[in-house]
Design a binder for this molecule. Structure first.
Ligand SMILES: Nc1nc2c(c(=O)[nH]1)N[C@H]1C(S)=C(S)[C@@H](COP(=O)(O)OP(=O)(O)OC[C@H]3O[C@@H](n4cnc5c(N)ncnc54)[C@H](O)[C@@H]3O)O[C@H]1N2
Ligand code: MOO
Length: 633
């Protein structure tokens, strides 16, 4: 260990202010073809060189006339005009021949001969003429400075005679992934390898911000190697990002490498995730150490790297903000500004935000989140039900078109979600897997549109309805039959033990992986244990919990446990053997008031389709003879 272990805890805004002042970034500009300038930022106001139109021209197909010659024409009194002296034929956009000052539309004339027409309506001066500069007058401002150029701006600039435009030069951002265990994605991965993907995400972010990126090869965790990579990159690029090695470990050399070639201004910022970020400089160029964990890395890129390097182009798109009601309490450390990923649903005209996993290594939480809640430093957090401001990572329209499902997990939800998008890209199914009882709670608290559950009432042998009546009384709900599915014991095909029943798990002392409390599968397992007269303590691994059928199957496949309980399809997907223990009802429940939601109708049509049922057959272990049947509760 070394002296870097003590990081500072700089307020992010103070850190940015200080760093940006020290760097004193000077933007540079270049000329680009106007037609290629989409998304670039204008470095000066653009003024029209010519007017548009730059001569008086006809706005319609017809004839150019002298207005005075048409006066007196009406339905009763037709006037005859002679070609050449009284009129000339013109098409839309044609210049108005000299001495003419109005245009009559072709629909309003009657041809008398090849050289004469009859009119029954007089024309006012300048009628149907686009006069010089009607659209753009020479010397007027088309777009201002520091403006992100859009397709319409390109059109207007070219109409105004601007073939080239001054824009800020895109900074070239060099990205260096580091680490001995980091490898490019390949077909021969071994235990201990970490797939390199951060640099690809960074490059895409930089491109999205309107800048250029260059990803370097992976530098090994050796000080000399990192210094060599950094030296090359800073000479070739305007900005350098070094990924990982930012904290205080034995092999974290970013700090030393930046110090060897330049200076570290700040190491350690009061944000979570992302605290070990390093803000340094080599010869006036920003060199930023971004933490290795992908989620930390994402937030450091968006909240530190982006505002700093946007100084090269004097612009960045800010994320849209909305207000939402929190569905759970959010606790946060007083020490940091915390970025919390949230799922957002529009339920009953109100945005509801549900916090997602907080781990810094959970890339999927970034994929699945719709927005970010920032809990300021010195804040303990927010209470459930509080209205908070969120930064959106999706559009409000996308959120509006999302059916929010919270409840029990089954792989057929992924299939439905995928198929629904395929049928109509506008609608999305967002499902959060919190178990059947979690689904009941979400329905009761109005956090979701729809829930999935499989809850067996031991007394009556009936599924789901007794639980809904007990836990969500007084709400108008509808139960929609989904599937009957087979649950069973999942085991590896190459097992060296025998198992044909729940009793065998105990008798053969097999290690087990369980589902979380509140999940229907957990209740089923407990029910089966009780029936067999087995005490949970007699099951090795009873306390180890996974959140989904697939996670249980993966643990069994990986050899972390001998067996687990789940649905047939999960065993099938993971190529495991399956010993059935019984069938159960996996149903949908929703408030009646959502039956008309467009996203729900799309979902319902999807799961009722032949294509979907074919897919269920392929996955195996599902019966769907009642699918879609509605029972009003
Ligand atoms: N003793 C301490 N340990 C850690 C501290 C600390 O303060 N004291 N801070 C933790 C925090 S917070 C973070 S964040 C990480 C920062 O880690 P580093 O920046 O030093 O990065 P590494 O340890 O080298 O890597 C961490 C982790 O990141 C993933 N990774 C790295 N590079 C890539 C890449 N190019 N593509 C994809 N994923 C990558 C990988 O999973 C590494 O294991 O340190 C904590 N530890
Ligand atoms: O700062 Mo680390 O970035 O909390 O995960």
């Amino acid at each position: 260990m070394n002296n870097k272990a003590y990081l500072t805890n700089y307020d992010i805004n103070e850190a940015l202010d200080k760093y940006i002042k020290l760097l004193n970034i000077k933007e540079s500009t270049e000329e680009t073809e106007t037609k290629d300038s989409l998304g670039r930022i204008s470095a000066e106001g653009v003024y029209a060189k010519i007017s548009n139109p730059f001569y008086n021209c006809s706005a319609m197909d017809g004839i150019a006339v002298k207005a005075v010659k048409t006066h007196g024409a009406n339905e009763k009194n037709h006037i005859i005009l002679e070609k050449g002296t009284d009129y000339e034929e013109v098409d839309t956009g044609d210049p108005i021949p000299e001495s003419f000052d109005a245009v009559i539309m072709v629909e309003d004339i009657i041809k008398e001969s090849e050289t004469s027409v009859k009119i029954h309506k007089s024309a006012a001066r300048w009628e149907n003429i686009r006069s010089l500069g009607e659209d753009i007058v020479e010397s007027t401002l088309i777009i201002g400075k520091n403006h992100k150029i859009r397709p319409v701006d390109i059109g207007a600039m070219i109409a105004g005679g601007i073939s080239k435009v001054h824009v800020y030069k895109k900074p070239l951002v060099g990205i260096i992934p580091t680490g001995d265990e980091i490898v490019e994605l390949n077909d021969n991965l071994k235990i201990g390898d970490i797939i390199e993907f951060n640099s690809k995400m960074f490059a895409a972010q930089v491109n999205e911000w309107g800048m250029e990126s260059k990803v370097y090869g992976i530098a090994k965790d050796k000080k000399e190697d990192i210094i060599a990579a950094l030296e090359k990159a800073y000479k070739e690029c305007d900005v350098v990002i070094i990924n990982a090695g930012s904290s205080a470990g034995r092999e974290d050399y970013t700090y030393d490498a930046v110090s060897a070639l330049g200076k570290v201004h700040i190491h350690g910022i009061a944000i979570k995730p992302g605290k070990p970020a390093i803000l340094g400089e080599i010869n006036g160029k920003p060199v930023i150490g971004v933490p290795g964990y992908p989620v930390s890395a994402y937030f450091v890129m968006e909240n530190i790297v982006k505002p700093v390097i946007s100084k090269y182009i004097n612009f960045f798109d800010e994320k849209e903000e909305i207000e939402a009601v929190l569905s759970r309490r959010v606790m946060s450390s007083l020490k940091y500004l915390e970025f919390i990923r949230v799922k957002i649903g529009l339920v009953d005209e109100k945005y509801i935000a549900t916090p997602l996993q907080r781990g810094a290594g959970t890339t999927m939480s970034l994929v699945n989140c719709d927005g970010v809640l920032e809990v300021p430093q010195n804040y303990e957090g927010y209470e459930k039900g509080e209205t908070v401001k969120l930064k959106l990572l999706k559009t409000q329209k996308e959120i509006k078109n999302t059916l929010v499902l919270i409840g029990s997990h089954d792989p057929i939800l992924d299939t439905a979600s995928d198929m629904m998008k395929n049928r109509n890209f506008r609608y999305t199914l967002s499902s959060a897997h919190v178990g059947s009882m979690g689904g009941i709670t979400a329905l009761r608290n109005e956090e979701c549109h729809i829930s999935t559950m499989h809850l067996l009432d031991e007394e009556t042998g009936e599924y789901n309805i007794p639980f809904i009546k007990k836990y969500i009384p007084g709400k108008e709900l509808v139960l929609i039959k989904f599937v009957k599915r087979t649950q069973g014991i999942m085991v590896r095909k190459d097992r060296k033990f025998s198992v044909s029943s729940i009793e065998d798990i105990k008798n053969n002392n097999l290690s087990f992986v369980n589902r979380q409390k509140g999940s229907g599968t957990r209740l089923l397992f407990d029910y089966e244990l009780k029936k067999a007269g087995i005490n949970p303590e007699e099951i090795t691994g009873y306390e180890r919990e996974e959140l989904t059928h697939l996670a249980v199957a993966a643990a069994v496949k990986n050899g972390d446990a001998d067996c687990g309980i789940g649905v047939y399809s999960a065993a099938n997907i993971m190529n495991l053997d399956f010993i059935p223990i019984g069938d159960e009802h996996y149903d949908l429940v929703m408030p009646v008031k959502y039956l008309g939601l467009e996203s729900f109708l799309e979902f319902l049509n999807t799961i009722k389709s032949d294509e979907y049922k074919k897919q269920l057959d392929k996955m195996g272990g599902y019966a769907y003879d009642e699918l879609g049947k509605m029972i009003y509760l």
